[in-house]
Design a protein around this ligand. Structure first.
Ligand code: NAP
Length: 590
């Protein structure tokens, strides 16, 4: 008899993984049982061998690495392994060191940082106290973006550290760019056969793969095949005097069968601005219907829908520098000063850079070869399916600025705001973020920090808490520049307060007084209560700008715990690490 894996109660799966794996194993079981039926074809040795366990660990910020880890698990299971999928931070280092075969799927976040749910793991792995790991064999699949200097840095660091600790690679690390799906799938397919099979039968028979088993059904809509969704609402939230333009959108789910959860994000496929496309065609001395080497279909269509024509790629900037004889650009590019280069690029888009060259200097084919593919933009969903089952709401600030003598616009935010006709459609797909969820225990208090459009997932959370009549208390920290023009969703928040759903609302309008006041100032002012809520088991959520706000809010959280919990620095760090370990400190920031 083949050993049929089962999932013990305390096995480290979240609800989704558990239900998926149960279904998967049930299917596997029925297929394997078939092999025991007299007369059924049984692969040589299969009946006496056990399935080889493989641990598939992920570190994810937006859910991509987790999705790839689940794909790897499906492929591993179909190839005769027993996969166990976990977030890196859910694994103690000693447990990790005792594993035999490990696949790590990890994204890089911010400027070469570990994603939130791999941070504690990395701290332990990189410490001097990390144990030797000679018995561990591993393969790393790193996800990243070549637009960043520290491309796939998190994967590289773990790869290097495991080698230092004596672990063996069964596959060479793969560093994937934003188009990760096909390379990742190929790497998984090539890597699985390299994992040594374990034997457990007395005569050393090697387990052979059971028949292929179907992976769980995935949404039919994806980045490569988005659902054309009708924009049912597009309204301005910010006031007339606001320096910003913040809009509320409602995307119809129609017959898509997309089901979402509060905390998920929505991918939107933008279309570039035709005015910008015309400017490129003009400068390149070509036309929209031209056939260009390396481009499928008409060039104009590719510039509109397939190529990133706003953010200049590194290769493009280098190619222009080589021909432009522009001292300033040559200086910032060649002196290795990243900050100077970022400063030079700030406010310049691809057209600004192209215009450093005389018209016609770069051929259309050469130009196209230097561009990256146009990517979707992901936005945190601002509705709960319990209150908006047929629509997904988004809250988006339109990016508009004037520099270098031209008006510039954000690719997707202005596509949605300006270029979709009434009742027009946009391509969408769901980007689940299973790590960013309300507590399962509805009695738990919830603290949410979301200035600006960072309020989006918290509107969804509050709707959800109302719809489920959750008894846990809810506290929101929100702010923006001015109360008069930027207090978005004020009516809704007032209703939520009146209904007893929103128990505390602390506001920080930064520019209504001489001195800036930010959400973290409000946290400190209310630190005693905040600490008490944490002690009462509150979940602490942050959404919005990662570079400044989320770092300052993290510092404020530490300060509150130290001051109002009467703790040392080390005790405070341990308290925050526990919050993370217990998945009570969750962030949706970029
Ligand atoms: P914003 O630029 O973040 O401004 C909102 C408020 O935050 C303003 O009052 C601003 O004040 C203040 N602020 C500035 N620096 C701060 C700091 N260090 N700490 C705390 N508050 C600070 O708002 P936004 O235009 O809505 O942009 C939100 C940002 O979050 C964008 O970068 C967006 O991409 C990101 N975002 C991310 C997610 C996500 O990760 N899922 C979702 C939504 C938005 P002053 O301007 O007066 O200094």
């Amino acid at each position: 008899m083949m050993r049929i894996p089962f999932i013990p109660e305390d096995a480290p799966f979240n609800g989704d993984q558990r239900s998926w794996l149960s279904g998967f194993l049930a299917g596997l079981h029925s297929r394997l049982s078939l092999q025991d039926v007299p007369g059924a074809a049984v692969a040589a040795g299969a009946s006496a061998a056990a399935l080889t366990p493989v641990n598939i660990l992920f570190g994810t910020q937006t859910g991509n690495a987790e999705a790839v880890a689940n794909d790897a698990a499906a492929a591993a299971a179909a190839n005769g392994f027993t996969p166990v999928v976990q977030a890196l931070d859910d694994v103690e280092l000693d447990t990790f060191a005792a594993m035999s075969h490990v696949i790590i799927v990890i994204s890089t976040y911010g400027e070469g940082e570990m994603p939130d749910n791999a941070e504690l793991f990395w701290q332990a792995l990189s410490a001097d106290t990390a144990p030797r790991m000679e018995a561990l064999s591993f393969g790393i699949l790193a996800l990243g973006d070549t637009g960043y200097d520290d491309f796939c840095q998190a994967g590289k660091l773990i790869d290097m550290r495991l080698e230092q600790l004596g672990a063996q690679r069964f596959a060479t690390r793969l560093d994937c760019d934003i188009d990760f799906e096909d390379p990742a799938a190929n790497w998984i397919a090539e890597t699985l056969p390299k994992i040594p099979r374990e034997t457990n039968s007395p005569n050393g028979e090697v387990a052979s793969a059971p028949p292929a088993v179907q992976a769980p059904a995935k949404s039919k809509w994806s980045r490569k095949s988005p659902y054309p969704s009708l924009i049912a609402a597009n309204r301005l939230l910010s006031g007339e005097t606001s320096a910003k333009e913040i809009r509320h959108y409602e995307f119809s789910l129609g017959d898509s069968e997309i089901s979402y959860a509060a905390g998920d994000a929505l991918g939107v496929m933008p279309v570039n601005d035709p005015v910008l496309v015309d400017a490129f065609l003009d400068h390149l001395g070509t036309t929209a219907d031209a056939n260009v080497e390396g481009i499928n279909g008409a060039f104009g269509e590719a510039l509109l829908k397939s190529l990133e024509v706003c953010t200049p790629s590194k290769d493009f900037v280098k190619a222009v520098e080589a021909r432009a004889k522009n001292d300033e650009l040559s200086h910032v590019l060649n002196n290795g000063d990243k900050e100077a280069l970022d400063g030079w690029l700030w406010g310049r888009d691809t057209l600004d850079v192209l215009r450093l060259l005389p018209a016609g200097e770069l051929s259309a084919a050469e130009f196209a070869s230097l561009l990256k593919p146009l990517q979707h933009r992901a936005y945190s969903i601002s509705s709960s399916p319990l209150e908006a089952p047929d629509h997904i709401h988004l809250t988006i600030a339109s990016v508009r600025y004037r520099t270098h003598g031209r008006d510039h616009g954000g690719v997707c935010s202005t596509f949605l705001a300006d270029r979709i006709a009434k009742n027009g459609k946009a391509g969408i797909f769901l980007s689940p973020n299973k790590a960013f969820r309300l507590p399962e225990d509805q009695q738990r208090p919830v603290i949410m920090v979301g200035p600006g459009t960072g309020i989006a997932p918290f509107r969804a959370f509050l709707q959800e808490r109302r719809a489920t009549s959750a008894t846990g208390k809810n506290w929101l920290f929100f702010g923006d520049q001015h109360k008069a023009s930027d207090f978005i969703y004020e009516d809704e928040l007032t209703s939520l307060s009146n209904q007893g759903v929103l128990n505390r609302l602390d506001l920080a309008f930064s520019r209504d007084q001489d001195q800036k006041i930010y959400v973290q100032n409000r946290m400190m002012e209310n630190g005693k209560d905040l600490y008490r809520w944490l002690e009462d088991g509150a979940f602490f959520y942050v959404c919005g700008d990662a570079t400044r706000m989320a770092k300052d809010v993290d510092q404020a959280l530490h300060d509150v715990i130290r001051k109002f919990g009467g703790k040392s620095m080390a005790e405070t760090d341990a308290y925050v690490a526990d919050l993370k370990r217990e998945k009570r400190y969750l962030r949706d920031v970029y």
